[in-house]
Design a protein around this ligand. Structure first.
Ligand code: PMP
Length: 306
């Protein structure tokens, strides 16, 4: 990942949700106002913002979105120059909204939840104060959460910060303040080797582009039979949500789609309960061949039901 030498890499517990608390507990006191800017573009950033409200003032930098299908134009963001940090979720797993750019914060510390697109593409770490990611999508199994944090941000935690969530303590103890989730870390080590041996994050990016294009191309060419509600510029390469049926989603047809997929060994394609429809998750472990199997099935289903 080309992590610069002035960053620490921590292996913590508590998942992505644990970091929703750890980030404000460690960073909201960076400036006196105890204020943080949040971009709320989906379920996960909404949850993070809600959690941060316990520890300081949260400013959502854009008007509330009616539906999580877009990223508001950066020129319209109302960033607070005295915020302690600016927070965003790089890939909204439930809604399939992904940032294809790094937000400009004019010097304010930038924090990103990369739980569901970590190591799916190269990232310029030097632009960030902190990145975190639960392992269970792209780099292993649940239980371990990676935190990459710039050293000058350590030691600024609020006094009520639980010791296991205190980045400075964990950095000083080499992530061994308490018993680490050894097995999850071991599996992550194997996955990191696998990524490295397969060309690293640049190679992952190429594959992920190919895989997601394969599915989006079918959606786009389906004449409205498959509909992805997300604006083209921020469609996720990791999670492709779509509805099946001409009227923007037909429950019976979607059930038939899922049953047929299941018969072919493709499971867990049901969309998150909060959005319905279908969601194809194309994490690093999903191969081109796997994706082609789904693409072929989508084409066949379209032909049969159009
Ligand atoms: N952030 C994102 C982007 C996620 O996708 C998830 C989990 N799906 C979380 C945070 C929460 O992670 P955890 O379940 O590990 O707490």
């Amino acid at each position: 990942m080309n992590i610069p030498s002035n960053y620490k890499v921590l292996f913590l517990q508590g998942g992505g949700c644990g970091q929703f608390s750890a980030v404000p507990l460690n960073l909201i006191g960076l400036k006196e106002d105890r204020c943080a800017d949040y971009l709320v573009t989906g379920t996960w950033s909404a949850k993070a913002a809600k959690e941060a409200e316990k520890y300081g003032k949260v400013n959502v930098v854009h008007p509330k979105l009616d539906s999580y299908t877009k990223i508001p134009e950066p020129s319209s963001w109302n960033l607070n120059p005295s915020a302690s940090y600016v927070y965003y979720c790089c890939n909204e797993t439930v809604h399939g909204v992904e940032y294809n750019f790094v937000p400009e914060t004019n010097g304010v510390v930038l924090v990103s939840d990369m739980s569901s697109n970590f190591l799916s593409r190269p990232v310029d770490i030097s632009k960030f104060g902190l990145i975190f990611a639960g392992a269970q999508k792209n780099v292993g199994c649940a239980g371990v959460t990676v935190v990459i944090v710039r050293e000058d941000l350590l030691g600024r935690a609020l006094k009520e910060c639980p010791v296991v969530l205190d980045y400075k303590v964990q950095a000083e103890m080499n992530s061994l303040y308490n018993t680490p989730p050894c097995f999850s870390i071991y599996i992550m080590g194997l996955v990191l080797d696998w990524i490295k041996n397969n060309g690293g994050s640049a190679a992952m990016e190429m594959l992920n582009k190919q895989k997601s294009s394969m599915i989006y191309d079918i959606i786009n060419a389906s004449n409205g039979f498959y509909v992805c509600p997300v604006e083209t510029a921020c469609r996720s390469r990791m999670n492709v949500p779509f509805r099946v049926g001409k009227k923007g989603g037909d429950d019976a047809l979607e059930k038939e789609f899922l049953d047929g997929a299941s018969k072919r060994g493709m499971i867990s394609l049901k969309g998150h309960r909060s959005v319905g429809g279908i969601r194809a998750s194309l994490y690093n472990a999903v191969t081109l061949e796997d994706t082609k199997a789904l693409a072929d099935y989508m084409k066949e289903f379209l032909k049969e039901h159009q």
